[in-house]
Design a protein around this ligand. Structure first.
Ligand code: NAD
Ligand code: UGA
Length: 465
């Protein structure tokens, strides 16, 4: 079966880049990315320097394919109708209410898409799960598709989780470690699976395209994120021990990572992992383990999140303690808001948690990030304050912070600096006027201030570097 038309529902951090790369690599396939968010679609169709997400290399890919075989639209029904294969790349956040609130994945957007596909489809469709989902979601989706679909329309469901990381999405998509496709063992399931393999086969070496059953594919995505996050929590837990003992976390990471059985990646100590997926996906895994009665397994994975919360809180407390609690009205510069460099995404960024704790303790904040918009920063703070403490002590927080548009403006008239994202431009900041530096990413290279705290280094050794 040859695919000529693809539709992707969800034009976000996954739908946009993945479909742009498929369109670039498969010029014979028409790819239409649809979304309910008109502003987002307008931005995808707008100037290349103002695409709705910042991702290095993305604008070049969009420039090459947009208008040729890559289209962005809000006509969801039209795109479903014309496509043989439909990817679902909508958001699956943590549930905030109802059964499983705070842990389980909220599948309402995903299920709404399935319903819409069922209602619109007049011909057979291959439906591809691109979003990250709890294991056995395909079962539920099949139920929805057949309940709401026309009697003579056949649906085949594939799982094709996405492994790209923000900031490196385009290179990850060009040279994936693996592409995972899960399909039903039936002849029609295997035919659908083959159709998707042939698409990736246009640019991914065949030995890197792994085919499995649907459940292994769904679970492998959650498990991969859990294993990656676990490494960060492991190294971050050891960073606390380094600070007590005089061991140096970077030396430790290097020494551990040189063992080829462990490997060097994802051992960079930090103020804590952020992003829209690690926390949500591990909580989802914990919830699934509980659902299946595996309490010990649930607790094991939950600890990865608890160490991450501890690391964020520990970092903010280090700052407060360095002033012996005497922080009322003092200015501190917050450098970096994104959850990592090379993205404008700040979802679940450690910076939000650190900033709110500093505001609660009495600091005034001067915040700078090269890519995150001022409104996003303000909303992030507001949302966290609202969820934590509706009648908060930091009611007048808006007057206690300023968002600046350069490092220089952010550090002007501050007593100290906290680096929360590892943006390259922070590596060479002039710190000569800052009395205290708190490096949450261990990137500041020329600290000559009187006091420097770096994650996983004792203050004496940090300050004398
Ligand atoms: P996102 O919030 O950036 O994008 C999701 C889009 O779906 C939004 O634009 C939203 O308007 C749209 N949408 C929601 N309901 C819709 C509906 N019924 N019809 C049409 N459009 C609808 O999310 P994202 O970061 O792209 O993540 C999407 C999925 O991919 C999630 O399950 C996530 O866990 C997974 N994932 C994300 C990443 C990442 O780096 N962000 C990587 C791998 C996997
Ligand atoms: C992560 C995974 O790496 C992707 O494979 C996956 O597809 C994606 O989640 C997802 O499912 O959404 P992402 O969250 O975009 O990608 O970014 P990462 O590079 O994994 O970084 C996550 C967080 O961990 C960042 O805050 C980063 O600063 C932190 N981190 C990463 C560390 O603190 N130390 C490290 O050594 C590595």
């Amino acid at each position: 079966m040859q695919i000529r038309n693809i539709c992707c529902i969800g034009a976000g951090y996954v739908g946009g880049p993945t479909m742009a790369v498929i369109a670039l690599k498969c010029p014979d396939i028409k790819v239409t990315v649809v979304d309910i968010n008109q502003d987002r679609i307008d931005a995808w169709n707008g100037p290349l320097h103002q695409l709705p997400i910042y991702e290095p290399g993305l604008k070049e890919v969009v420039a090459a394919a947009r208008g040729r075989n890559l289209f962005f639209s809000t006509d969801i029904d039209g795109a479903i109708d014309c496509s043989e294969m439909i990817f679902m790349a909508v958001n699956t956040p943590t549930k905030t209410e109802g059964e499983g609130a705070g842990m389980a994945a909220d599948l309402r957007y995903f299920e709404a898409c399935a319903k819409q596909i069922a209602k619109v489809a007049k011909t057979d469709k291959i439906v591809v799960e691109k979003s990250t989902l709890p294991v056995r979601t395909a079962e539920k989706i099949k139920e929805i598709l057949y309940k709401h679909g026309k009697v003579d329309v056949h649906f085949e469901i594939l799982s094709n989780p996405e492994f790209l990381a923000e900031g490196t999405a385009i290179q990850d998509l060009f040279k994936s470690d693996r592409v995972l496709i899960g399909g039903d063992p039936s002849p029609s399931g295997q035919m659908a699976l083959k159709a998707l393999v042939e698409i990736y086969d246009q640019w991914i070496p065949r030995e890197k395209i792994l085919t499995t059953n649907v459940w292994s594919s769904e679970l492998a995505k959650l498990a991969s994120n859990a294993m990656l996050a676990q490494r960060i929590s492991s190294i971050n837990s050891l960073s606390a021990l380094c600070e007590k003992t005089g061991a140096d976390i970077d030396e430790l990471s290097k020494a551990i990572g040189m063992d080829h059985r462990i490997g060097p990646h994802f051992l960079k100590a930090s103020v804590g992992f952020g992003g829209s997926c690690f926390q949500k996906d591990i909580l989802n895994l914990v919830y699934l383990c509980r659902h299946y009665g595996l309490e010990e397994v649930a607790q094991y994975w939950h600890q990865v999140i608890k160490i991450n919360d501890y690391q964020k809180s520990r970092f903010a407390q280090k700052i407060i303690d360095a002033f012996e609690g005497n922080v009322q009205g003092k200015n501190i510069a917050i450098l970096g808001w994104a959850f990592k460099k090379d993205t404008d995404d700040s979802r679940e960024s450690a910076a939000i948690y650190v900033a709110v704790k500093l505001l609660e303790s009495g600091f005034n904040l001067k915040i700078y990030d090269p890519k995150v918009q001022k409104n996003t920063i303000l909303n992030d703070i507001k949302n966290l304050i609202d969820t934590r403490n509706p009648s908060s002590l930091v009611k007048d927080w808006v007057n206690k912070l300023q968002v600046k548009n350069s490092v220089e403006k952010a550090i002007e008239n501050t007593v100290s600096i906290a680096v929360l994202t590892e943006w390259d431009e922070f590596k060479e900041i002039d710190l000569s006027k800052s009395s205290k530096v708190f490096d949450g990413r261990n990137v500041v290279s020329n600290s000559n201030s009187q006091y420097t705290y770096s994650i996983g280094k004792s203050v004496e050794s940090s300050s004398s570097k």
